[in-house]
Each structure stands twice: as structure tokens, then as C-alpha cells.
Design a protein. Structure first.
Lengths: 455, 240
């Protein structure tokens, strides 16, 4: 069905092999979870199986053979849907393969039924939730009748109900499956075999129970979310201190219902709730980035001195804001404004008027604390997901704000970055900062939050 | 559908809209474009578009046509007939375009361009898919602006700083757009878009007799109206 012998791939212009010495055989009907530490070449291997690595994009070693056609489901539903109407989108694959027009619509209907998609075919793809869009994208993949289904973290971009929806559909399908997913506990019910990949070939291969018994610790240390390796909670050592920031009946028409919230020194608050409940909007309002439609966000003198009484955070000058309230956005790339990691970290302190020596020591300290020292000269856009996340938190910390507001900070992070983030935030909190995080991540809430506000 | 011309083949509509443009390039007098505009406004109901809708969609054009006329009057040599002629020409060329895009579904347009105008699918369907991502740019721009403020950057009252911020934001927006575009292209190829087999069409777009009639009517107008103004002696050739 699938057979790789001594397979390797090196992207054009790179010295290191993205993946190499892979010997792997997957039989028809097998359901394989492909695990690996960040940078182990999982996505490259999946792209190779999908036939997406063209000869001009790199150099191949060994052989790779896939019977029939592979279908791929990627992470982000937004960039997988091609057409404006649901039915047209599912028909896109069959059209490409030259399926006769009369046979296309029965195929579309079969694919849509297979995933349990309940909307009319002329429904706009924009009008669907993330989970429904991903379910539709899966129908689009099934419509090309693939002999093997390749899933590249198919639920990573979805909220918990959306992710559950997609997993439910995946569990019902009876095709050969290769799944890449670092949230292992959720993936296990979908697979019967686990393969662990390293850049130098296959490290382990067997039943889930077998692989996790032998390699569980190693995988957990390397950033994989292994079942039965819980993360210890980091509760506040001391009771919460004085309030720094208070929100009273803060509302934004159509986006956020009236909400009260206090951010206190030495306390971490989690803001939870389904997609669309206004978590991000509340984070922006608390961060002084959005003027609330009604209600107030006020800083206390403990946070803003004389400015506290004079004006609300959204009316502060940006440089003053950055020294009091730091904001970390869901997508780190939104926050990068320079071309070098080092400049990125120096920007805030410099704008706040710090002396050059003090800027340099702040930057060096953050580079070491967040394991970015090797990357000081790199362009922020070229970093990996975990590195970008660490950098975006570091840029907010560079101006030493006493309140830190984070939007989905652990979204899509591997276990290692996740643990580092929790440790870092716990330390900030214990040093007297107020931390607010809008999040879907229940583990994160359990590990860090002293209080939870549910929208 | 109640509007008989709105339902015509998109390529036929596009051709019918473009032909008068060619005719309008031949003349400088104000009467010919005025006649074209009159005919265009007269057939609006057949496309199911009210004058109000047209003005709502086309008002920036109205403003710029007026601006061009005033500028021509102030700096040009032709006097008011030439200035008004210019403004009328802009409107007469643009109105059909507005009508076509107001009455055409983008998917139908892409289908028709591939099936009837033989445009490569890679171009037409690719552009269609890319346009789906455009609405995301607005939200992206808002977040980028807020993120800059969170980083301690505001332009204040300095216009130069505003200009720099605009440049930086545009760059960040482009980087994001290219990333998404690349992911979309990969996803499309994974679904066989690059398979190299001749594509089939789930939705048929046909050129029917009524579509041919629409195009012929447009050609007839494009030839007939200038002939009429020549006969009336008001036609002023653009060349020579």
C-alpha cells in the first residue's frame, strides 16, 4: 500500500536533510499515528506521501511508493476551501481529476454524507464555523476517493467542540489513515499503530501501548503530549494582591456581553468560553487596545500612578501602555515589527526611553530566559511556531509591564513550549504581576489559573 | 429570475460591456457618449438594477468623472463640450462594467471564463480561490494596527511616522497574505489541481442564442451610435 525504503528528502538550498533513512511499510486499512519531536520531518514525510514534493523543490534519496491516490487534510480550514459554495467546493477535486460531469454530483453527495455535513450544498462556505469548515474540507478530500487519507494536525486550529466534531467523523471512516498530531490523547482512539519519526529515521514503531511504555518519557521530554504524563499545576504561592486593572460591565455590541473582571497583582485569571463569546475582544479591551462600547476599563494608581484617574488605558500613549499592560496576540506574527529577533526585543524598552546599556541587558536577559539566544540575529518570520510564541511573549515582557494579557497563548504549541510558557507565566505571577489569558486550553487553565471567568 | 439580462452568460455580458468601450475610444464629442449612457441607463431594468443601486455602487466614479471634467475645463483647451464629453465617456465606459459585476456571481464568471472564453483554469479558478481570502485582509489589518500599539508604537501627529507605519503594516499584511496563498495553493494541488488531466465541469456554462443576441445588440450599438452622430455632424474623431 505504502512503502518507503531508505527514503530521504533535502529541500533545495538546505544543507541538512529534512528527513532521511526512513524504512516504513503501511498496509491497506492501517491507521497510523506519526509522532515526532518538532523538526523531525513529519510534515515533509506527509508531503512526500501526498506527492507534493516536486523534483525541482529538493533532492530525494531512496524510494517511495504509494498505491492509488492520497488525500490530505491540512490544519487551517480557511486556506483549504476553494469555492464560495459548499457543494462546489466538494466538487473541485473530482473536476480536477476529470470525473465526468454526470458522476460528480453523486460523488459530492456521497462525500458530504460520509462526513455527516448537514447543510444545503448551496450554503456559503464563509457562513460555517471552523469545525464545520474542516468537516467540509474533509468531504472535499474524500470526494477524490483517496486510497490513503493523510491528516496534518487536522484539529489544531479548531476550538474544542469543533475538534471533537472532526475527530468524531474521522473515527467513522474506514480508509487507510496517516495522522500527524501532537495532542496524542485525543488522537489515540483514531489509530492502531504509532510510528515515531526522527530526522535520522524511524525511532519506534508498534502498538500505542507498546510505544508509550518504552518511549513515553523520551517523547514527553521532547515535546510530545504523551498520555499519562500530566503536567504539575503551578498555583499561586501567595493570595492575590491589590487590583491593578478593573473592568466593569465592559461590552462591545455584537461581540462581547457586559463583563466584570479584576486583574490583581500576583494572580492569574483565565477567560474561557466558546468561539464567538468575546474572549479576544475582552483581551483587547483589557489590553488598552480597544475602546469598549459601554462600561469601563480602569487602571488603579498601583498600575498607572497619576494617569490612572486621568484616562482609561485605551486613551494612553502607546509607549506608556507598553510599560504597564503587555499584550500577546494569538498569532505571533501580527506583533513582529522589525527584521531581527534582537531588534524586536529592544524596541519596547527603547521606545520607553531606557538607556542603551539597560536595553542591552534587558534584551540579553530575555534571550537567555526564553532560549532565543541562538536566534538573536534571525528574522522573526523565519522562526518555528514555538520560537515565535516565545519571542512574542518576550517582546511583551521587555517593557516589564505589571499586567500581561494573552490571547490563546498555548494554541498549537508542543508540550515543551507549553510547559515553558506555564512556568514563565507562573513566575511572573509569583513576582507580583497580574496575568490574564483568554484560552480554550483546559490543561492550561488547570495548571495556571487562580480564577476563571467564563463568558 | 425576473431580470432577463442579469441571467445571461457572464462572458456574453463581459463582451457586451467591452464592445462599446472600443467605439467610445474613437470620438471626442459629448453627444456619442451621452447616447451610449442613455441606452445603458435605459436597459438597467432588464438587468434588475435600479438607478439607486447603480449610484450606490458607482458614486466614487461619478465624483471622479466630475473631477476630471473640472480639471479638463481648467487646464484643457477644448472648452465645456470637451470636458463634459470626457466625463460622459468615463461614465459610459464604466457603467456597463458595474452592471456586469453587480449581476454576476464570481463562481459563474470563473466557470464561464474557463468554459466559454477558454481561459486557463489555473488562472481563473486560482484567482477565484484567492479572492475568497480577501475579506480576511480587513480583519488582519485591524489586528496588525492594534498589535503595533501593544508594542508601544504609535505615529502620533507626525505624518512621516504615519507613512512609515503604513508601509510596515502593508508589508506585514503582504507576508501574511503570501503565506495563506501558499497554503491554499498546496491544498488545491493536493486535491489534484495540478494533476494535468483535462478538467471536467460540475457546473455547465453555455452560450445560448439569447447570449449571442446580447453580444450582437452591443456590437450593433457600438457601430450604429457613432454612425448616427457622424450623420448628425457632431462626431469628432479622436485620431487625426
Amino acid at each position: 500500500m505504502i512503502e518507503l525504503t531508505g527514503f530521504g528528502w533535502r529541500y533545495a538550498g538546505r544543507r541538512a536533510w529534512a528527513v532521511r533513512d526512513v524504512d516504513l511499510r503501511i498496509e491497506r486499512g492501517e491507521r497510523v499515528l506519526l509522532l515526532g519531536l518538532s523538526g523531525a520531518g513529519k510534515s515533509t514525510l506527509l508531503a512526500a506521501l501526498a506527492g507534493l514534493l516536486t523534483d525541482e523543490s529538493g533532492e530525494r534519496a531512496g524510494t517511495i511508493a504509494v498505491d492509488g491516490r492520497a488525500g490530505v487534510l491540512f490544519q487551517d480550514p480557511q486556506t483549504q476551501l476553494v469555492m464560495a459554495r459548499c457543494g462546489d467546493d466538494v466538487a473541485f477535486g473530482p473536476e480536477n481529476l476529470g470525473v465526468p460531469a454526470a458522476a460528480i454530483w453523486p460523488r459530492v453527495r456521497a462525500a458530504v454524507d460520509a462526513v455527516g455535513f448537514g447543510y444545503p450544498l448551496d450554503r456559503s462556505t464563509h457562513a460555517l464555523s471552523g469545525g464545520e469548515q474542516q468537516r467540509l474540507a474533509l468531504a472535499g478530500v474524500l470526494a477524490v476517493q483517496p486510497s490513503v487519507l493523510l491528516l496534518d494536525e487536522p484539529t489544531a486550529n479548531l476550538d474544542p467542540p469543533g475538534a471533537a466534531l472532526v475527530r468524531q467523523v474521522l473515527a467513522r471512516l474506514d480508509t487507510t489513515v496517516v495522522l500527524v498530531e501532537h495532542r496524542v490523547a485525543e488522537a489515540l482512539p483514531l489509530v492502531d499503530r504509532v510510528v515515531v519519526l526522527t530526522p535520522d529515521g524511524i525511532r519506534a514503531d508498534g502498538t500505542p501501548a507498546d510505544v508509550f511504555a518504552r518511549y513515553g518519557d523520551e517523547l514527553a521530554d521532547g515535546g510530545v503530549w504523551v498520555p499519562d504524563h500530566p503536567v504539575l499545576p503551578r498555583r499561586a504561592a501567595a493570595p492575590a494582591g491589590a487590583p491593578l486593572l478593573t473592568a466593569r460591565s465592559v461590552a462591545v455590541p455584537g461581540r462581547l456581553a457586559p463583563t466584570d473582571l479584576d486583574v490583581c497583582a500576583g494572580a492569574a485569571v483565565a477567560v474561557t468560553g466558546p468561539n464567538g463569546a468575546g474572549k479576544s475582544t475582552l483581551a483587547l479591551a483589557l489590553g488598552g487596545l480597544l475602546r469598549p462600547g459601554s462600561g469601563t476599563v480602569r487602571a488603579t494608581p498601583a498600575l498607572a500612578g497619576a494617569d490612572a484617574a486621568a484616562r482609561p488605558p485605551h486613551a494612553w500613549r502607546a509607549a506608556a501602555l507598553a510599560t504597564r499592560i503587555g499584550s500577546v496576540f494569538q498569532n505571533p506574527e501580527h506583533q513582529f515589527v522589525t527584521g531581527r529577533v534582537r531588534d524586536e526585543l529592544a524596541l519596547g524598552p527603547r521606545r520607553a526611553g531606557a538607556a542603551p546599556e539597560s536595553v542591552r541587558s534587558t534584551v540579553d536577559d530575555l534571550l537567555t530566559r526564553l532560549r532565543l539566544d541562538r536566534l538573536a540575529e534571525a528574522n522573526p518570520y523565519t522562526l518555528s511556531g514555538g520560537e515565535q510564541r516565545r519571542l512574542s511573549v518576550a517582546t511583551a515582557l521587555a517593557t516589564a509591564p505589571r499586567v500581561l494579557v494573552l490571547d490563546e497563548p498555548t494554541f498549537g504549541q508542543d508540550r515543551r513550549t507549553w510547559t515553558e510558557l506555564v512556568d514563565l507565566l507562573a513566575k511572573l505571577r509569583d513576582d507580583g504581576a497580574g496575568v490574564v489569558a483568554a484560552t480554550h486550553d483546559e490543561d492550561f487553565v488547570d495548571a495556571l489559573a487562580d480564577r476563571t471567568v467564563r463568558l | 429570475m425576473t431580470a432577463p439580462l442579469a441571467a445571461r452568460n457572464p462572458v456574453a455580458k463581459l463582451v457586451a460591456a467591452l464592445v462599446p468601450t472600443l467605439a467610445l475610444l474613437t470620438t471626442l464629442d459629448p453627444v456619442t457618449p451621452a447616447l451610449f449612457l442613455a441606452v445603458e441607463l435605459a436597459v438597467l431594468p432588464l438587468f434588475g438594477i435600479s438607478l439607486t443601486t447603480l449610484v450606490k455602487r458607482g458614486w466614487p466614479l461619478l465624483v471622479s468623472a466630475a473631477g476630471v471634467a473640472v480639471a479638463q475645463q481648467l487646464f484643457g483647451t477644448g472648452g465645456w463640450p470637451a470636458s463634459i464629453g470626457l466625463a460622459l465617456r468615463i461614465l459610459a465606459v464604466a457603467v456597463p462594467g458595474i452592471v456586469v459585476f453587480a449581476t454576476t456571481d464570481p463562481t459563474d464568471l470563473a466557470d464561464a471564463l474557463v468554459q466559454n472564453a477558454r481561459l486557463p483554469a489555473r488562472f481563473a479558478i486560482g484567482a477565484l480561490a484567492a479572492f475568497r481570502l480577501v475579506p480576511l485582509l480587513g480583519e488582519e489589518w485591524r489586528l496588525l494596527t492594534l498589535a503595533r500599539r501593544a508594542r508601544g508604537l504609535d505615529a502620533g501627529r507626525n505624518p512621516l511616522a504615519h507613512l512609515r507605519a503604513f508601509g510596515a503594516l502593508t508589508f506585514a499584511l503582504l507576508v501574511g497574505a503570501i503565506r495563506r496563498g501558499t497554503r491554499l495553493a498546496t491544498a488545491m494541488d493536493a486535491r489534484g489541481f495540478a494533476a494535468g488531466v483535462p478538467r471536467t465541469f460540475a457546473r455547465q456554462q453555455l452560450i445560448r442564442p439569447a447570449d449571442v443576441a446580447l453580444m450582437l445588440a452591443s456590437v450593433a450599438l457600438a457601430v450604429g451610435l457613432p454612425l448616427l452622430t457622424v450623420a448628425l455632424g457632431v462626431f469628432r474623431p479622436a485620431l487625426g
